[in-house]
Design a protein around this ligand. Structure first.
Ligand code: GRF
Length: 207
């Protein structure tokens, strides 16, 4: 049984996709031990509670400085002894100590085809604003392992999505979530649960 902790900051639609995928058997041999958010108002916490999953907020506002918050976040995650940590719309920089404590055990969903439109400043709607500004015809989503960089870890899965001429950042975000994020994140978790993802250097492959 793969024990996971899912980390969220917002609406939690990716969390909901994971919850639903476990319920309907798309993801097997996996449990969500806890959902942790940095944002006490994240609707994702409601989604967790509605699904009977332990949900807690570890907010930077409750700590005197970033180092104290980072320590609390790491302890808050490690107490569940996760096999995998899933960043599902989590907008806080993962502390280096956490990366060291959980090497190749943290994955993230990013709403573009990395290495395009990722890195500093590319999160949430800003990603899709960049895609539309550049006039790209294809975008998508990426699931990757988290390393010390920003969106730089080994890529596990990607899925392409067409950009429509009349897209706004919101319509594009919704289609990327529906057609890509909500599919490849559960798929990646199930693959990891069944030891079907191997890492060689900075590359991951599915066996
Ligand atoms: C999504 O676009 C996701 O790709 C990004 O955060 C947005 C909101 O995700 N990481 P969610 O609805 O909170 O899962």
């Amino acid at each position: 049984m793969l024990k996971t902790v899912v980390m969220v900051s917002g609406g939690g639609t990716n969390l909901q996709a994971i919850i639903d995928a476990i319920k309907n058997g798309v993801i097997k041999d996996t449990e969500i031990s806890a959902v942790i958010s940095n944002n006490e108002n994240a609707y994702a916490l409601e989604r967790a509670k509605n699904a009977g999953i332990s949900a807690e907020c570890i907010s930077p506002k409750s700590y005197s400085d970033r180092a104290a918050f980072n320590k609390a976040l790491l302890e808050g995650v490690l107490k569940y002894e996760p096999d995998l940590v899933v960043l599902a719309g989590f907008l806080v920089v993962i502390p280096p100590e956490m990366i060291k404590a959980l090497p190749n055990k943290i994955i993230n969903i990013h709403p573009s085809l990395i290495p395009a439109f990722c890195g500093e400043g590319y999160y949430g709607l800003h990603v899709h604003e960049g895609v539309l500004e550049r006039g790209t015809k294809i975008t998508g989503a990426t699931v990757h392992f988290v390393d010390e960089g920003t969106d730089t870890g080994p890529i596990i899965l990607q899925k392409a999505v067409e950009v429509h001429d009349n897209d706004t950042p919101k319509t594009l975000q919704q289609r990327v979530m529906e057609e890509a994020e909500w599919k490849i994140l559960p798929m990646a978790i199930d693959l990891i649960a069944h030891d079907r993802v191997v890492i060689e250097g900075n590359k991951a492959s599915v066996i």
